[in-house]
Design a protein around this ligand. Structure first.
Ligand SMILES: CC(=O)N1C(=O)N[C@@H]2[C@H](CCCCC(=O)O)SC[C@@H]21
Length: 121
């Protein structure tokens, strides 16, 4: 199997885009431009920071956090970088979107979960 590299530009089926820059062997930063949001605020590019695991750099597992600059929420993504049967790099991910809750009574409704696939932009 080929090697899947996290660095570079990715896009997903929602039309969101992200750029990943490797800062060391296993840690990265970058930016995320979401195409969709619940908030009426103007969507802005937001920073992301994460890590890929040390042990397998051919198809690495990873996690990262997007700290949304335009609304009071964060999203954590986790997944794996695969080379599919056609030789294309694919990021298979699951995410948790945590929005701000006004009170602890509203905590139960403040976290959403989803899956998403990213391919090269
Ligand atoms: C990859 C994927 O599924 N998503 C994507 O590309 N954008 C949406 C969410 C954007 C949240 C924006 C800030 C907010 O509205 O609180 S993060 C999960 C989902």
């Amino acid at each position: 199997t080929g090697k899947c590299v996290l660095a570079g530009n990715w896009t997903n089926d929602l039309g969101s885009n992200m750029t990943i820059i490797m800062n060391s062997k296993c840690n990265f930063s970058g930016s995320y431009s979401t195409a969709v949001s619940e908030t009426p605020e103007k969507i802005e590019k937001s920073p992301l920071r994460g890590s890929q695991n040390y042990r397998n750099l051919t198809q690495p597992v990873f996690g990262f956090t997007v700290n949304w600059t335009f609304t009071d929420s964060v999203t954590v993504f986790t997944g794996q970088c695969f080379v599919d049967e056609t030789g294309k790099e694919v990021l298979k991910t699951m995410w948790l979107l945590r929005s701000h809750a006004d009170s602890i009574k509203d905590d139960w409704t403040a976290t959403r979960v989803g899956t998403n696939v990213f391919t090269r932009q």
